[in-house]
Design a binder for this molecule. Structure first.
Ligand code: M6R
Length: 608
């Protein structure tokens, strides 16, 4: 949830660390800080608020030094404040630490350290790290870090500098990502490759329980017994450099507009031959796939919603029992794991702590895990038996948009292949469906070309304080996703419901002030959905409808209609998602909010 950067080398320390932190600001942005070593002392600057505040401070008073660590924070322990910002220091201001994760036993450690006369100056869990290192620092910083690792419990990645050994950064990780960038005469460490690629594309992914020492000329990795580990660097190519707004006012808008391209490129890559071959290079054999009796999808947030749509797709196309779990529930509920079960984990970032823990649980039960990710080298990708990379390019806006439709598309291709394998979808039907699949990018583009119609609807309703989103069948999860999108970027309370459930309670909320977004594309339950809308309309609710082009009947219920191009019901979530994302985007910007960095959120949730 926080971003770490450490650099050692001759370049301008402020510029390198700040450049890295800008790329990591998506991970947290309530405060930030940087520490260097210069003239035998730790030099430190910390600031509350977005990174811009720290950048302005450094602009006026740049720090000196050839070694430094920086941090952008998403507060877990202790409110956003200067003293709670990282780097955190030991008693003598000679050790500085930046940390991402949570130290679960920090209260015990803190009490012990206070009894040993350590003086604490923050409310963070992180501060126990520099003090514990201080306690054990006798011969080398590495040994002190290992001893600290032996004491702390939880998930963490941290980087340390010390004035006693002013030429090295020591870092380590457990359950939280850390990547080393190997330069020519300098080296860098960061939470994410995005912060590194500006400097070097030679990368080492640190594994759990490893300790890495960086000097300007060397990178050394050891285990917790100080045995050296030889690790090859990997060379990064591909889309990692695309993280700019490309002329759009916000990343979220840019990413919404990228959806036709992402789906088009996937089609080019996966469906080129006109035949449906195994759409992704999976190691799971066809003979294993056909034996499956159950699929268990686990994910969080928007990825969980994609999983929900996936359940409808897989059950309908493959006739295989599919369950969907929120990872933070799955990992603790002792799920039944018998039978021929495949676990599918879905995660844009590939770093979500709960989803990763779910994968580990599944593997302990000897289940195979297929993950759908957007970051190929991520921890989830590396720990899964198989991955489908949605290849959507970096998603910077905190609200997931193109990754969501990319995840859905991966699930469609997987299910179509699987269905064909089981001889459930016949060749002719498959050909028709693939024809429709190929039309999705242009239909998405048609929606985007009419974005101003969504903006008009947003203008009418952006001051409302509650919204309900209704859908049925495969678009019930679309309603959940529409509501999540709106609440996270606009701070408006929004809830998604299966429309048939309204009369069992939520209809009591309906009055003339309540906008109700009704997802009613052409489908075999259109009439049922229509009556559900009539019920809320009769109670005075203000209807906003997402309907299919040519649907005149819906005009009986509302004038606030956004039409999506005609498509079969099973594919409709791919199109429905776009007006809902645009609605959230416009409402947020009309309310003057920071749509890319909504309050209290972070892009990558690497804590439990
Ligand atoms: O990286 P992941 O897909 O694993 O992230 C899961 C959720 O944290 C994420 O989808 C979150 O709900 C987004 N902010 C939604 O827009």
């Amino acid at each position: 949830m926080c971003g770490i950067v450490g650099y050692v080398g001759a370049r301008d320390i402020n510029a390198v660390i700040l450049a890295g932190l800008w790329k990591l600001e998506y991970r947290g942005y309530d405060s930030s800080g940087i520490a260097t070593i210069y003239d035998g002392e730790i030099r430190i600057k910390r600031a509350i608020g977005k990174l811009k505040v720290l950048a302005d401070v450094l602009d006026k008073e740049p720090l000196k030094g050839n070694i430094g660590i920086g941090h952008t924070r998403w507060a877990t322990h202790g409110e956003p404040s200067e003293e709670n910002a990282h780097p955190q220091l030991d008693c003598s201001d000679s050790i500085a630490v930046v940390h991402n994760g949570i130290i679960e036993n920090y209260i015990n450690l803190k009490e012990k350290l206070i009894a040993e006369h350590h003086i604490f100056r923050s409310f963070t869990d992180t501060e126990v790290i520099p003090h514990t290192i201080e306690k054990y620092y006798t011969d080398s910083l590495e040994n002190a870090v290992i001893k600290a690792m032996n004491e702390i419990e939880g998930s963490y990645a941290f980087a340390v500098i010390s004035t006693k050994e002013p030429n090295k950064i020591v870092c380590c990780k457990k359950n939280t990502p850390l990547v080393i960038g190997v330069g020519e005469k300098d080296n860098i460490v960061a939470s994410d490759i995005l912060a590194i690629v500006g400097l070097t594309r030679k990368i080492i992914y640190l594994e759990d329980n490893e300790i890495c020492t960086l000097t300007k000329d060397s990178v050394k990795i050891t285990d917790r017994n100080s045995n050296e580990i030889k690790r090859k660097t990997v060379y990064l190519n591909g889309k990692v450099l695309e993280a700019d707004k490309g002329g759009f006012s916000h990343f979220m808008l840019k990413e919404i507009y990228e959806q036709p391209k992402v789906i088009h490129e996937t089609i080019e890559k996966r469906l080129q031959s006109g035949e449906l071959f195994k759409p992704f290079p999976l190691s799971i054999k066809d003979s294993e796939l056909v034996k499956l009796s159950r699929i268990l999808i686990q994910a969080c947030g928007t990825s969980w919603h994609a999983g929900h749509v996936g359940k409808y797709i897989i059950e309908s196309l493959c006739r295989i029992h599919t369950e969907v779990d929120i990872s933070s529930e799955f990992r603790y509920r002792n799920p039944v794991t018998s039978g021929e079960t495949l676990v599918i984990a879905i995660s844009q970032s590939g770093e979500t702590a709960d989803t990763l823990a779910g994968i580990r649980e599944a593997k302990l039960a000897f289940l195979k895990v297929l993950s759908i990710v957007n970051v190929a080298g991520s921890t989830i990708a590396r720990e899964s038996n198989d991955i489908i990379n949605i290849d959507a390019g970096p998603e910077i806006g905190v609200a997931s948009t193109k990754a969501y439709t990319g995840q859905l598309f991966a699930l469609y291709l997987f299910a179509l292949y699987f269905s064909r394998l089981k001889w459930i979808t016949k060749d002719d039907d498959l050909a028709l469906m693939l024809k429709e699949v190929r039309e999705i990018p242009s239909k998405m583009q048609m929606i985007l070309d009419r974005a101003s119609q969504v903006e008009e609807i947003a203008r009418k309703f952006h001051q409302s304080s509650n919204f309900i989103f209704l859908g049925r069948g495969i678009n019930y999860p679309s309603a959940l996703e529409g509501a999540l999108k709106l609440k996270e970027v606009s701070y408006i309370h929004a809830t998604g419901y299966p429309a048939g459930e309204m009369k069992h309670g939520p209809i009591a909320l309906v009055d003339k002030n309540l906008p109700i977004v009704c997802i009613i594309p052409k489908s075999n339950i259109y009439e049922k959905m229509f009556s559900n809308i009539e019920e809320v309309k009769a109670r005075g609710g203000q209807i906003i409808a997402v309907a299919t082009e040519g649907d005149k009947k819906i005009k009986e219920l509302t004038e606030n209609i956004f039409y999506i191009p005609e498509c079969s019901e099973i594919l409709s979530p791919l199109l429905v998602a776009l007006p809902l994302q645009l609605l959230a985007y416009y409402i947020s910007t009309l309310r003057g909010l920071d749509v890319d960095k909504p309050r209290n959120l972070a892009k990558s949730v690497t804590v439990e």
